[in-house]
Ligand binder design. Structure first.
Ligand SMILES: [Zn+2]
Length: 252
């Protein structure tokens, strides 16, 4: 190899490496959707999986009950398709809706509520609230609440922070003062928002679920979740699980 060729080779290799580094960075940045972000100042007890009076991660481990939760909607197409599947199996679920999306599609939120599903608050615009001031957090919650109430006539009592991001000192207090419990999820996270094959989503849930689990799914740009649901629900019903809304799951 001549020196000129060597230089060309090194330059090309460098460009290819830079390209892959950027690609990896992009994938990583994209991979943050609903992964729980714990407060960096937290101690070990904060990353425990126990419930406390405000933060809920699961229902009773004694009863064969589960809660399906769908985040980030409503979406005029997907939310309605999910509602059709839930209706087919006569099971109830919980939708953590984004205020901004209600402005675009209030009909499916109304339908969900009318058909007995629970509507939870998921902020107005899906901001990471750990980066907001107390005033801004309250605004996010109340703005979404106002939209939910205007559509369903019911005040929501459960709040799920985007990315599962919460700060015990402030968010819990603001939630409590405004009549909310913070609902995270537990056990399995099928990462359905990355739209993996339907079978991957259904297997990870069916094979790993335990009593009282709150199952995190999405009804926004997650086509394979729809296909997976048609397997998850009948198979878990077959195993004897009952599907509850979050409020039902938390009843004594
Ligand atoms: Zn979300």
């Amino acid at each position: 190899m001549t020196n000129k060729k060597k230089t060309m080779f090194i330059k090309t290799a460098f460009i290819v490496m830079c390209f892959f580094a950027l690609l990896c960075l992009a994938i990583n940045l994209n991979g943050t959707k609903e992964t729980i972000k714990y407060n960096t100042a937290s101690n070990d007890s904060e990353i425990s999986t126990a419930n406390d009076s405000v933060v809920i991660r699961h229902g009773s481990r004694e009863r064969k009950e589960l809660a399906l939760t769908f985040d980030d909607g409503p979406d005029p197409t997907e939310t309605n398709k999910i509602l059709d599947i839930l209706k087919k199996y006569n099971v109830k679920a919980t939708f953590f809706v984004i205020g901004k999306n209600i402005e675009l599609d209030s009909a499916s939120v109304k339908r969900a509520s009318d058909e007995g599903h629970e509507i939870g608050n998921h902020t107005y615009d899906h901001s990471d609230i750990s980066k907001l001031s107390d005033k801004q957090i309250k605004e996010q919650i109340l703005k979404c609440e106002e939209l939910i109430v205007s559509v369903t006539g019911k005040k929501p009592s459960i709040f799920r922070p985007p990315y599962g991001s919460y700060n015990k000192g402030n968010i819990s207090k603001i939630a409590e003062e405004n009549g909310y419990k913070i609902v995270l999820w537990g056990g399995v996270d099928a990462l359905d928002w990355k739209n993996p094959p339907a079978q991957e989503i259904s297997n990870s849930i069916i094979n790993n679920v335990i009593n009282g689990d709150i199952i995190l799914l999405h009804d926004y740009k997650t086509e394979n979740t729809l296909k997976a649901l048609d397997t998850i629900i009948p198979q878990l019903l077959e195993k004897g699980y009952k599907f509850k809304t979050i409020s039902e799951l938390l009843e004594d």
